[in-house]
Design a binder for this molecule. Structure first.
Ligand code: AVJ
Length: 322
C-alpha cells in the first residue's frame, strides 16, 4: 500500500507529510514551516520580547563588528556566503561596517524562500548600491553541493546565524558541518551562531510566547497542508505544546490533538485518525554549550578559532576554520 502510494508523490512535501502522518509517533519536519505566511510569522517571532535569540546575536555582532571585520577581511577580497539569510537583520550590521570601510567583498545570501531573498536584495540595493549581491534560492543541501565546485580562489566566509542549525539532531548537524567543511579551503571561515543552554524557563517562554505567535507559526504547518494538499485540519482542535529537556538541551514542539478526530488529505488520498491527546512532533530547537560545540566541530574536522558571546552568555557566535 505504502509503496504504491509513494510512486504518486509529486513533491517532497507530499511525500514527507504522507510518511510523517502515517508514522508512529506522528511527525512533520519544521523545514515546512516557511511558506509565505510562515516567513512573516517567523519575522514576528524574531521581534518578540520572549524570543531573546535575535536580540542577543544582534548585540554580539554589533559589539564585535570591528574584530569580526578584521577576521573576514582579505587583501584580494572575500565571498560572504550566508545560509538561511532571511531578512538579513543581523548581517546588515556587518554590511554597513564593510561598506563604510570600503572592504572588497561579495555577498551571497542563500535562503529557501525566494520572497525573503527578493526583499533582502531590494533593501540592500537601496541602502548600499555598491554592494555586489548575488542571492541564490535553494535548500542548504543543494547549495552546499555548489559551494564545493566554486571556480574562485577567493577566501570564502560562510555564515549560519540565528541558531538555524538547531533544527537538526546532532548526527544531522555533524553531516551538515562535514558538508560545509568539504567546501572549505585553508583560510576560509565558518561563522556560526548557536543558542546556549540556560534557565529552562527562558528557553521555554521563547517557544511559548504570550501573544501566541509561535503557536500560530507551529499551526501554520496544518494550514499549509490544508492549502497545498487539500485537507481539512481544524487548527482549533490542536494544542501548541513546547517542552525543554535541560539534560539533552533539546527544545521540542508538538501539536497535540485535543480530541478523537479524523482528517482527510485529498491530494494524498489519505485519511488520518487522531486519538485524543495524540501528538505530532514538529520541531526541535537544540541548545548548546562549549563542550557540545567542540565535540560537533571535532566530529566534522573543524577547529574553533574564536568565539563571541553576549554579556549574559545566552548566545554564542563561533568562528571555525579547517
Ligand atoms: C530559525 C530554527 C532558529 O528554532 O529557534 C522559532 C525557529 N521555531 N520559534 C528556532 C523557531 C519557533 C528557530 N530557528
Amino acid at each position: 500500500m505504502k509503496t504504491e502510494q509513494q510512486t504518486q508523490f509529486k513533491t517532497a512535501f507530499e511525500q514527507e507529510v504522507y510518511e510523517g502522518l502515517t508514522a508512529f509517533p506522528k511527525k512533520i519536519s519544521s523545514k515546512w514551516f516557511y511558506d509565505k505566511r510562515g516567513d512573516k510569522l517567523f519575522q514576528q517571532i524574531m521581534a518578540l520580547p520572549e524570543y531573546y535569540l535575535t536580540g542577543c546575536e544582534y548585540d554580539i555582532i554589533d559589539t564585535h563588528k570591528e574584530e569580526i571585520t578584521n577576521l573576514f577581511q582579505e587583501q584580494a577580497g572575500f565571498n560572504l556566503v550566508e545560509l538561511g539569510a532571511g531578512d538579513g537583520k543581523k548581517t546588515k550590521i556587518l554590511l554597513e561596517e564593510f561598506a563604510t570601510k570600503k572592504i572588497n567583498f561579495t555577498y551571497k545570501p542563500i535562503d529557501i524562500s525566494q520572497n525573503m531573498l527578493d526583499e533582502l536584495k531590494d533593501a540592500i540595493n537601496q541602502k548600499w548600491p555598491k554592494i555586489d549581491i548575488k542571492p541564490e534560492q535553494g535548500t542548504y543541501f543543494e547549495v552546499l553541493k555548489n559551494l564545493g565546485n566554486r571556480d574562485t580562489d577567493r577566501k570564502m566566509v560562510i555564515m549560519v546565524l540565528g541558531s538555524n542549525i538547531g533544527n537538526l539532531t546532532h548526527p544531522q548537524a555533524v553531516d551538515f558541518l562535514i558538508n560545509i567543511r568539504k567546501s572549505m579551503r585553508n583560510g576560509d571561515l565558518l561563522f556560526m551562531g548557536l543558542d546556549q543552554k540556560k534557565d529552562p524557563e527562558l528557553i521555554l517562554s521563547a517557544y511559548n510566547d504570550s501573544q501566541g505567535i509561535t503557536e500560530a507559526f507551529n499551526k501554520n504547518l496544518l494550514h499549509r497542508i490544508n492549502e497545498e494538499l487539500e485537507s481539512d485540519f481544524n487548527t482549533d482542535k490542536f494544542k501548541h505544546w513546547p517542552v525543554y529537556d535541560p539534560e539533552t538541551g533539546t527544545a521540542k514542539s508538538f501539536l497535540v490533538s485535543t480530541q478523537d478526530q479524523k482528517v482527510t488529505i485529498k491530494k494524498l488520498n489519505l485519511e488520518i485518525n487522531f486519538t485524543a491527546w495524540e501528538s505530532i512532533h514538529t520541531e526541535i530547537s537544540q541548545k548548546y554549550d562549549d563542550d557540545i560545540v567542540e565535540w560537533l566541530a571535532n566530529e566534522a574536522g573543524l577547529e574553533t578559532l574564536t568565539q563571541y558571546s553576549d554579556n549574559r552568555n545566552r548566545f554564542t557566535d563561533y568562528v571555525f576554520k579547517v
